[in-house]
Design a protein around this ligand. Structure first.
Ligand SMILES: [Cu+2]
Length: 257
């Protein structure tokens, strides 16, 4: 008991140093260091998100990301500051033996407030998420292109049909990192409806830069869509471990202007 009582008066740095964990930074310095690391990470994220969207779905998904991230950061900083304040203000100091004589245990107004405010935030986030789904999950009525995406162990097969006359041509084929036959390209600005089928096990079609990832599963056809807005080469991966040569299920979507 005496040992504990003595210890509780020491600073954390002193106690840790005695236990063999010398502290190279003081508490405030560590805080500043952590805060700068977080700000650096955020600025890197921000730099990435400034680019123009490569598809409407990607734009809507990125918007939702920021709509959720920015208030979440604000709330995180506010709550951390409250905790830091409470820890510092109400910490045990030399001479403290008991808590306050009449500790406050209820506050109706405060409890109502911390129920209603999060409920409002959740409603706003739910509404924003629904608006995003309206963009990403509403299939086009009149697509310019219909692309059948057939997943096999272990290659992708693409069949492309041009629904409207006057749109652009190209070839189809089988795609793996080991042996690709054919190539395919889509003209920027065309609305592409995709039909995804698997002929064996569960795969996942992942068009990385478009934030588009959708399961390709046996016995069920999945429908989705995208509209490439910018020319470029875009990586396609299988994002579901589908067996030995899963890693070879790669392809590249060429978007031309
Ligand atoms: Cu696969």
């Amino acid at each position: 008991m005496r040992e504990f009582a003595r210890r509780s008066h020491d600073t954390p740095q002193k106690v840790l140093a005695e236990c063999g964990f010398p502290q190279t930074m003081s508490g405030p310095r560590r805080l500043v260091f952590l805060a700068s690391a977080m700000l650096l990470a955020l600025s890197l994220l921000g730099g990435n998100a400034r680019a123009a969207p490569v598809s409407p779905g990607e734009g809507a998904t990125q918007d939702l990301f920021w709509i959720v991230l920015i208030p979440a950061l604000g709330i995180g900083i506010f709550v951390s500051a409250l905790i830091a304040y409470a820890v510092l203000k109400f910490r045990i100091r030399p001479g403290h033996t008991t808590g306050p004589a009449n500790p406050k245990t209820h506050d109706r107004e405060l409890e109502a407030l911390w129920t209603v405010i999060p409920a409002i935030i959740l409603l706003i986030v739910g509404f924003a998420a629904f608006q995003t789904l309206v963009v990403t999950d509403t299939l086009p009525q009149n697509p310019d292109v219909i692309m059948e995406i057939n997943a096999h162990q272990w290659y992708w097969n693409f069949n492309i049909t041009y629904v409207r006359s006057g749109t652009w041509l190209n070839t189809t084929g089988n795609f793996t990192s080991l042996n690709t036959t054919g190539a395919f390209a889509i003209k920027a600005g065309l609305v592409v409806k995709i039909i995804l089928r698997s002929f064996d096990v569960a795969h996942s079609f992942y068009l990385i830069d478009f934030d588009l990832k959708i399961d390709v599963i046996p016995g069920h056809t999945n429908l989705y869509w995208f509209k490439p807005l910018q020319p470029g080469d875009f990586m396609i991966r299988c994002a579901e471990f589908c067996g030995l040569n899963h890693y070879t299920m790669t392809a590249t979507l060429k978007v031309v202007s």
